[in-house]
Design a protein. Structure first.
Lengths: 391, 76
């Protein structure tokens, strides 16, 4: 028998699976504890929110730092513009997520579970709220929901802690990281919703899950969320999303903190966090974005850099001013044509911004830009002025 | 044995006033927007007085001395 999948059961598009159906299909919630933490370590499960941190290690770190009263934050902020998989899961399988959260709470002896849901993900908010109301009195006392502002940095783990503590989803200075000092100073586990859903299945079967949720976006016929087997070639996932709707130029893998890959090289890549890491890539939050050949990559990258600059929480100078400068230089190249001075400034400023924020926002943006400059080197080197009168 | 200290900038508190770079140019330079870039690693003994002044004189208390992290192989 093959391992269970997150989206087994009723068609996800008909809405949330109710508690009774969920328990009938999967059986009751097993017990958490040290055994589960060890099991998660053995399965090699990594976080599905973007950073891909090993789950067993994170739980161990929280357990070690906790003096009782740990906190579990279920991260469903999903601020990544093209990503839809977290809200898809919250809307269709809320009890799988709550099971994972309760297993984390039991294993870490947490006294609070807070679910952070993007404030504009209305269906997900409704689904999670209704699901909590179906749970036991004990669970309902433990769990509450906070609405996360629809901002890119709101999904950062220190920002979710700040949101719960003070109502402001801005990142804070680390160290100490949330797993040492999080909500109210308590050791805090911040874990993505999909990751916790995997935990709920692993606790029941005792073995690793073999799937991952991805969002296929851009120039495909049927963009949307898919659950694919680990190791599936990227091109196959794109075919499952209806195939490219026109000739493809490149793939953006992992969202706005991800990497650009020429389409011809991308199709054979395995969708698997470990396999991609070996190739110097990352699955990130699971976004697979297809850039069509007719679209100018320089203009696309400039638009995304402007977005990332705007999404800086404006706390750290190098991020606030640096990302704006980088976005401006990209925009100048896009609008007025390539200037070798701007290309040099992009390199110099990238070096000055990298590693110089309280959170990883500037690092993610710079790595994304560097990947674009590498993959679209010729386009950046010979970009025409777009505001020129056409012949 | 003396304990080794290093300079740490709190990026959120830092306002880019730049006093630290004037006091201790041996270890601190400013980026294109006036924010300090600190040379990582433990401070040599002869710069300790100036480092302490850089810490004390920061108008927004963004720079501190802390025990140098254990030497790790760099990833870069």
């Amino acid at each position: 028998m093959s391992a269970p999948r997150l989206l087994d059961g009723p068609n996800p598009s008909i809405g949330p699976e109710r508690l009774a159906a969920h328990v009938r299909r999967l059986g009751p919630l097993p017990k958490g504890g040290h055994g589960l933490i060890d099991l998660l370590g053995h399965t090699g499960l990594t976080g599905r929110g973007g950073a891909g941190f090993p789950v067993g290690l994170k739980w161990k770190a929280v357990a070690a730092a906790s003096h009782g009263g740990a906190v579990v934050i279920v991260n469903g902020a999903e601020g990544e513009p093209h990503s839809k998989k977290d809200r898809h899961l919250m809307t269709s399988r809320p009890h799988l997520i709550l099971d994972g959260a309760m297993l984390a709470a039991a294993s870490l002896r947490a006294k609070q579970v807070v679910i952070s849901v993007g404030e504009d993900h209305h269906a997900a908010l409704r689904s999670m709220t209704e699901a909590i109301n179906e749970r036991s009195d004990h669970e309902r006392r433990l769990i509450r929901i906070v609405a996360a502002p629809a901002r890119y940095v709101a999904g950062d783990s220190s920002a979710t802690v700040h949101l719960v503590d003070a109502g402001i989803a801005t990142p804070t200075t680390t160290p100490p990281p949330p797993h040492e000092r999080g909500v109210g100073g308590a050791a805090t586990l911040v874990q993505n919703v999909e990751t916790l859903a995997h935990v709920a299945l692993i606790a029941r079967t005792g073995t690793a899950t073999e799937t991952v949720l991805v969002t296929v976006a851009g120039a495909v016929r049927a963009p949307g969320v898919l659950e694919v087997n680990l190791g599936t070639p990227l091109g196959e996932a794109v075919q499952l999303a209806g195939g490219p709707s026109e000739a493809a130029r490149a793939v953006m893998l992992g969202g706005y903190f991800g990497r650009w890959i020429e389409a011809a090289e991308a199709w054979s890549l395995p969708i698997d966090p470990h396999g991609l890491r070996e190739r110097g890539l990352s699955l990130g939050c699971g976004v697979i974005g297809i850039l069509p050949a007719r679209q100018c990559p320089v203009c696309e990258v400039a638009g995304i850099m402007r977005y990332l600059a705007r999404e800086s929480s404006a706390q750290c100078g190098p991020c606030f001013f640096g990302l704006r400068a980088l976005a401006d230089a990209c925009t100048r190249i896009a609008e007025r044509g390539t200037d070798p001075g701007d290309l040099q400034r992009l390199q110099r400023w990238s070096g000055e911004v990298q590693g110089r924020g309280a959170c990883k926002h500037p690092d993610g943006a710079v790595m994304f830009l560097q990947s674009a400059l590498k993959t679209f080197g010729d386009d950046f080197a010979h970009h025409p002025a777009h505001l020129r009168r056409s012949a | 044995m003396t304990k080794k200290l290093e300079l740490i900038v709190d990026r959120i508190k830092c306002d880019g006033r730049g006093l630290c770079a004037e006091i201790l140019p041996e270890r601190i330079r400013l980026d294109s927007w006036g924010y300090p870039i600190v040379t990582p690693g433990p401070l040599p003994e002869h710069l300790m007085d100036l480092a302490e002044r850089a810490v004390d004189d920061c108008p927004v208390l963004a720079i501190t001395l802390r025990r140098a992290a254990v030497q790790r192989p760099t990833t870069k």
